[in-house]
Write a protein that binds this ligand. Sequence first.
Ligand SMILES: Cc1cc2nc3c(=O)[nH]c(=O)nc-3n(C[C@H](O)[C@H](O)[C@H](O)COP(=O)(O)OP(=O)(O)OC[C@H]3O[C@@H](n4cnc5c(N)ncnc54)[C@H](O)[C@@H]3O)c2cc1C
Ligand SMILES: NC(=O)c1ccc[n+]([C@@H]2O[C@H](COP(=O)([O-])OP(=O)(O)OC[C@H]3O[C@@H](n4cnc5c(N)ncnc54)[C@H](OP(=O)(O)O)[C@@H]3O)[C@@H](O)[C@H]2O)c1
Length: 460
Amino acid sequence: MSTSSGHIIIVVGAGPAGMAVTNMMAKAGHDVIVLNRDIKFGGLAEYGIFPSKLKLRGGLKKQYWDMLEQPNVHYFGNVSVGKGKALTVEELRSLGASAIVFSIGAQGTKTIGVEGDSAKGVFHAKDVVYHFNQLPGFGDRPFDMGKHVAIIGVGDVMVDIAHWLIRYKKVERVTAIARRGPLERKYNPKEIRAVCSNVDLEGLKKEFDRIRQRLEAVAQRPDEVLKGMTDEFIKCEPKISDTRMGFRFLASPKRVLVDASNRVRALELEETKLEPKGEDTAAVGLKQFYEFPVDSVVFAVGDKVDETVGLPYKNGSFVTNPAKTGNDPDDSLFQAYDETSGKIVEGVFLAGWARKASEGLVGVAKRDGEWCAEVVMRYLGGKSQLPKASAGEVLKKIRQMLSTRGTHAVDIKGLRALDAAEKDHAKAGDCIGEFKFTTNSDMLARIEKYAGKSPASVGR
Ligand SMILES: Cc1cc2nc3c(=O)[nH]c(=O)nc-3n(C[C@H](O)[C@H](O)[C@H](O)COP(=O)(O)OP(=O)(O)OC[C@H]3O[C@@H](n4cnc5c(N)ncnc54)[C@H](O)[C@@H]3O)c2cc1C
Ligand SMILES: NC(=O)c1ccc[n+]([C@@H]2O[C@H](COP(=O)([O-])OP(=O)(O)OC[C@H]3O[C@@H](n4cnc5c(N)ncnc54)[C@H](OP(=O)(O)O)[C@@H]3O)[C@@H](O)[C@H]2O)c1
């Protein structure tokens, strides 16, 4: 691959969006430096997608290896960018790269502001997902689930967590709590197959009877909605636990109620009704509150971006340029924007869930990365920009800074060594899916052992 353009693009975050940007920019002949918080690439493709989905995960992994092994791509795993991290946004901007793309996903925790949400037994979905996917920092931490777990939200993340609770933790009961009704469920019908053999069908019918009048009030037909919902319970994975799964609809969580040791004992729910809102519906509280006994709560209500990184931030998102350019895709949607100065942050772009938190599947993040790459290429070409620094100079500066800060960056050779080490251990593991080392220090030690190098020298 030729690197004749001379431009250097820094991509921060090696999830599906960042990998798409990297691939497009590398194929266009630019040098691409990828900085990734995790040692491994893949983002949620590695640490989000349910671990037993081996075919999907394996396919993505293979594509990402191919992308990263291009000679003009330079991978640095185990490098976090942000305030107080290995490198700051300002430091990156001072390196002389032609453009920087932030594709760091949505790492912030979205809370819905209910009292008691820090009690023992309350969890946030991303942390739980990181736990069962063995992300360092989460894999070896106890996630002490009780007997009856309430999951707030009815999207695909709820289904993944129910999958883990039902098929691996084998808890007694799981209840998905929806502030709206069954018609507004957000999960993909195919995903429910992982848990549908555990759904308590009698309980579901009773739940529909409980909310029947409120559905009819907005011209929904409860019997048809129930049929539509249960018709999706086909090709259910065989039942392997006695866990009963239920749904509570038109129920908005108001408080987490705790016992004397600050452990969850119930959720306080408010009855809601539906009101039409354009083509959609909104949940409206009825000021009728009741206790719903559970001993654990998982909030699966989506995520927000990490406001501590040092990019302009507002209301759960990084700020993008409000002035449309009319191009397709519109450049403004990908340009970081500083509202204080009223200017775009020159040369800084956003892609994937860093641009729109919790939005869509891997394919959507990939397409977003590709659109972002188109915008960056227009930026490089439109201004006839000359490269500001050589790849060698920028790489040297990054290595110096990381070395000064004692950051053990991992390059693609190191990742190959880690991959070999994990495959060797695969038979010994009792995890879901593939075997993974659960701490960075374990990974760095295996890289050292397998590659015959010290971790500090990897990434050079
Ligand atoms: C639980 C769950 C299950 C899913 N299952 C599926 C599925 O089965 N099929 C499907 O198609 N889609 C699935 N998705 C959706 C899919 O994972 C996302 O669409 C996609 O991963 C988003 O890609 P991204 O690159 O924007 O962000 P991410 O995948 O989150 O990648 C972000 C990357 O940025 C890095 N990073 C974060 N912060 C920093 C920092 N400060 N400095 C440097 N690097 C940083 C991270 O290490 C990570 O590598 C799932 C999502 C979730 C939450
Ligand atoms: N297996 C897969 O393919 C897979 C797995 C996981 C994730 N994903 C993808 O990742 C994306 C994110 O998924 P997600 O499940 O996190 O998000 P999601 O699909 O947006 O679902 C979020 C759920 O949380 C509810 N919610 C939000 N705010 C709430 C509040 N304040 N109070 C009560 N409930 C609230 C929502 O209800 P309302 O509808 O009322 O807002 C909705 O039911 C989706 O695109 C999903 O498809 C895919």
